[in-house]
Design a protein around this ligand. Structure first.
Ligand code: BES
Ligand code: ZN
Ligand code: ZN
Length: 485
């Protein structure tokens, strides 16, 4: 999909179809040129409601107001509505009428690219998005003077952000037969070959040397050997040093504490945290952000077999803490424990964020569309929350408390890998991870449980059926902010 910015008014732009956004309260006004036809078609300009007027070569979409979130989802819905048409080129006005206008332009571009996404790898008949060229008119709108350079930057950032999100979606949607730890490592190496990113891959021999025994235990019964991936982006005088850690469970069967059949379906999603880190690293490099960013991914498959780790085992994590295993399905936290320790050993960061489809309890607590954010300190959590707000992703804080922490205590080891209570699982999972954050990083760390939004089996807003790329957009906004400060 190519974008062009022009100062010409839409009327002077040649395109197969025009996309027109209507704020629902404006529908009755005379400046809505097709309002009689739209009335006939029953169009009320509700948020994300579309009406395609083929005879006019115009598609209308409604919004509640001209906010970034509304524009992004409306554009995504409209571009989806054109999927089976033969229109190739599209024009649209910029709808910018205040100083935050470039945010609207970025939202628009993201809406087009995110909405046009489809995962075709396993379809004999590929769904192709027909629209190839989009021209956005930057003619003065409501008298507001536009800064063309800022508009071009917003367009570029929107493109990079949305393409990185789609890149993440593609990897998550790939089956466990085609995407296993070595494949994730190959993807990281390929990213580094094509860019200025550095890449280091740790294979089982190196993982043993690093004493990452809990990660190795989870990986043991799979025919696919684990990998730890370290990608880095190192500008010369960075404004900050940031570490990102991702859970990359290329499949989670639950292990010997086997998941029920229905819960196992979709568990290819369990690599979403790691895939988000891959997408973020790609975009950070393409944007050339002036922050040093390290992405660590624990890529592992959790399977059953004669050599599987078991409930009743006691494992020793990289930092020496002993863990009583009472459920092998709580494997993500074991992988993250070792990777968090390794990441902190390798990099002294200003902030450390980890991304994981860690608990079903997070989905119970906050629903399918929202990530839950935990940690010891408000600063890193608030950074993520505000990144999410400006990106269109949803994230909310859950607070730690000392009573829940007690439910992780073990009679025979330093800590247990599951809580003794069936409630508060998203918080206790975070409190388990806290045990593997060293004192220097305690107030610099936040854990983002993306189990809700990472993979949803229906279309929602700008997200498709399946992988959404959760975590990518919120983190890019956060990193862009840190790069400016
Ligand atoms: N990968 C799952 C969590 C998950 C569940 C992600 C549903 C997305 C959707 C994780 O490894 C897991 O199985 N967690 C257990 C923890 C429990 C055993 C304490 C869970 O949530 O049931
Ligand atoms: Zn699990
Ligand atoms: Zn898992």
């Amino acid at each position: 999909m190519n974008f062009e910015l022009t100062l010409n008014p839409t009327i002077e732009i040649k395109a197969d179809i025009e996309l027109i956004i209507v704020v629902n309260k404006d529908l009755k006004h005379s400046f809505v040129q097709d309002r009689k036809l739209l009335k006939k078609a029953g169009f009320l300009a509700g948020q994300n409601e579309t009406s395609l007027l083929v005879s006019k070569d115009r598609i209308y979409v409604g919004v509640d107001s001209l906010s970034s979130v509304n524009i992004r989802t409306a554009i995504a819905t409209a571009i989806r509505a054109l999927t089976s048409t033969t229109y190739r080129t599209l024009k649209i006005a910029s709808y910018m009428n205040h100083e935050k206008c470039t945010a609207l332009l970025r939202a628009m571009v993201e809406g087009f690219i995110l909405g046009a996404y489809s995962f075709n790898r396993y379809k004999s008949k590929k769904v192709k998005q027909p629209i190839k060229e989009i021209t956005i008119s930057l003619e003065e709108y409501h008298g507001y003077k536009l800064n063309i350079e800022k508009c071009a930057t917003a367009l570029n950032k929107g493109q990079i952000t949305a393409e990185a999100t789609n890149f993440t979606r593609d990897i998550v949607n790939t089956t466990p037969e085609d995407c296993y730890p070595k494949v994730m490592a190959d993807i990281a190496e390929e990213l580094a070959e094509e860019s200025s990113l550095e890449c280091k891959i740790l294979k089982p021999k190196e993982l043993r040397a690093e004493k990452m025994e809990t990660l190795l235990a989870v990986a043991r019964s799979s025919r696919h050997k684990p990998r730890v991936i370290h990608l880095s982006h190192k500008p010369q005088n960075p404004k900050a040093i940031i570490t990102l850690v991702g859970k990359g469970l290329t499949y989670d069967s639950g292990g010997l504490s086997l998941k029920p059949s229905a819960s196992m379906v979709t568990m290819k999603l369990d690599k979403s945290g790691g895939c988000a880190v891959l997408g973020i690293m790609k975009a950070v490099e393409e944007m050339g952000l002036n922050v040093e960013v390290h992405g660590f991914i624990g890529a592992v498959e959790n399977m059953i077999g004669g050599d599987a780790y078991k409930p009743d085992d006691v494992l020793v994590a990289k930092n020496g803490k002993t863990i009583e295993i009472r459920n092998t399905d709580a494997e993500g936290r074991l992988v993250l424990a070792d990777v968090l320790c390794y990441a902190q050993q390798e990099v002294k960061a200003d902030y450390i964020f980890d991304y994981a489809t860690l608990t079903g309890a997070s989905v119970v607590a906050v629903g399918h569309y929202t990530s839950s954010v935990v940690g010891n300190s408000d600063k890193p959590k608030d950074l993520i929350i505000s990144g999410a707000k400006s990106s269109g992703e949803l994230a909310t804080k859950l607070d730690f408390n000392s009573y829940l922490k007690q439910s992780l205590s073990s009679e025979i080891a330093d800590i247990c890998n599951i809580s003794s209570s069936r409630y508060g699982g998203a918080i206790t999972a975070g409190q388990f991870l806290e045990e593997f954050i060293d004192d220097d990083h305690k107030d610099k760390w936040a854990h983002i449980d993306i189990a809700g939004p990472a993979f949803v089996e229906h279309v929602w807003g700008e997200n498709p059926h399946g992988a959404s790329g959760a975590g990518v957009r919120m983190t890019l906004r956060l990193l862009e902010k840190l790069a400016k400060d």
